[in-house]
Structure formats: C-alpha cells, structure tokens
Design a protein around this ligand. Structure first.
Ligand SMILES: [Zn+2]
Length: 242
C-alpha cells in the first residue's frame, strides 16, 4: 500500500515586493507582501485596503518578481487644496473647530484618514463659508507674513531655543488643537449663523484683516508633506486676491 501525497497541492507562500503604481501607504515602509496559495486559491496578505492619498482600493496582479497594482493612483503628486474665503467684515474668528456652525457632511467626506477625504472635507466646509484644514496635533499659529498674506504654521525651534524661519512674520493668533485642525470664518457671517464667540471662550481668537476675498492653499495632502519635519512647518498659505 502506498500513500499518495503527490496529487494534492500543499499550501505554499512567497514574499514579494509591491509595485504600488503611484499609490501610497499600501504596505508598511519596506515591507513585502505575502502571496499564499492553498486549495487552488491565491491570497495576497499584508496590503492595506486603500491608498492613503486617493482612498481607492488597489487591484493586484501577482507577477514573477513582484505584486503589481494594475490601477494607477489618481493623485500621484498628492493633493493641494485651493479654496476661497470671503471676509467682507474685515474680522475673522479663528479656532480649531467651527463645525457646529458650518456643518460636517460625513457622507460626502468618506474616509477622513486619506488625503482625498481631507480634500473633500476642506472643500465642503469652504463651500459653507469656513476655511478649514487638518494640522495634526501641532497647535499652530496664524502668522501675518505681509499686509495681506498669512500662513498657518508652526514656528519650529532651533536646538538653542530660538524660533526660526518665520522670523519677520507676526503671530496674530494661536490655534489650540483639540480637533486637529484650523477653522476660519468671517466674524459677521459666523454670528449671523448663530455662532457665539463667547461660547468658544479661550479657544478662539478674533483678528482684524483687510476686508476682501482670500485664497487659501492647503498643503498637508501633498506627497512629501512631513508632519515630523524639523523647523517651521507651513500647513496653509492665505492671500487676499480681491
Ligand atoms: Zn492612490
């Protein structure tokens, strides 16, 4: 009597690099993915369900030397989000969170932990009248860099303790980050919609700026934006355009 072990395929696995086709965050830095073959099926392990930039799922194909992602990333350079903020009153209220007044549409935003989701959140709040953007747990400030230009930034510090890079800019507001974001609105618009600065208490600042229309350019969705980079970190540029 003989035992037949040859007719049934044994489980096997193979570790291969992933070629991500522009997507980011599908695997941990430097990690290989595992192709497991058992019972006639091929399973690919160790790949995140979606890209941290575009929020799309990846279609995978196992090649001889790598696992290929067949669908390209829609945002291979990441996302720079440009929006408009109208400030007819010449006074802004700035805080981490003004969503109680300007709303927050979960359905529209999708996965907020992706650059595409954050881009949708920024655009959705901008359409409602609020300049919003994620900044991590950074407690940044609003700095005036020239009469009608501003940045949302953290100053960064030299090892000797002196501030760098934003020298010459004037810090005109601080932003606490209980919500890891900034929110800016025209003060009159905010109060007309039922917002109360008194209710925000110490978590909000009021700043006088030139009345007009401002372009807000938000950078955290860009490929290469590094929240842990040393020195000053600029999350957004704000400039008057009309
Ligand atoms: Zn992608």
């Amino acid at each position: 009597m003989t035992t037949d072990t040859g007719s049934q395929e044994l489980p096997s696995f193979q570790n291969l690099p992933l070629h991500p086709n522009g997507h980011l965050g599908l695997v941990r830095d430097g990690a290989l993915v595992t192709v497991l073959r058992m019972e006639g099926q091929e399973h690919i392990l160790g790949v995140r369900h979606s890209c941290v930039v575009c929020d799309e799922g990846s279609q995978l194909q196992v090649g001889a030397r790598a696992v290929e992602v067949t669908n390209p990333c829609s945002y291979p350079d990441g996302i720079t989000t440009e929006t408009i903020l109208h400030v007819p009153s010449g006074r802004i209220v700035i805080a981490d969170d003004l969503r109680a007044v300007y709303g927050w549409d979960r359905e529209t935003i999708g996965d907020y932990n992706t650059a595409a989701g954050q881009d949708r959140a920024i655009r959705s709040l901008a359409a409602a009248g609020c300049a919003f953007g994620p900044v991590g747990n950074s407690c940044p400030g609003l700095y005036r860099t020239s009469p009608d230009t501003y940045v949302i930034a953290t100053a960064g510090y030299h090892e000797n303790g002196s501030e760098d890079q934003l020298a010459g800019a004037e810090r005109v507001a601080g932003i606490i980050t209980d919500l890891w974001a900034y929110s800016i609105a025209d003060l009159d618009d905010f109060t007309a919609r039922g917002g109360s600065v008194a209710a925000l208490a110490w978590s909000a600042d009021i700043v006088d700026i030139t009345p007009g229309t401002y372009q807000v350019t938000h950078h955290t969705g860009e490929v290469g934006f590094d929240h842990d980079a040393p020195g000053a970190l600029t999350f957004a540029h704000i400039r008057r355009i009309a």
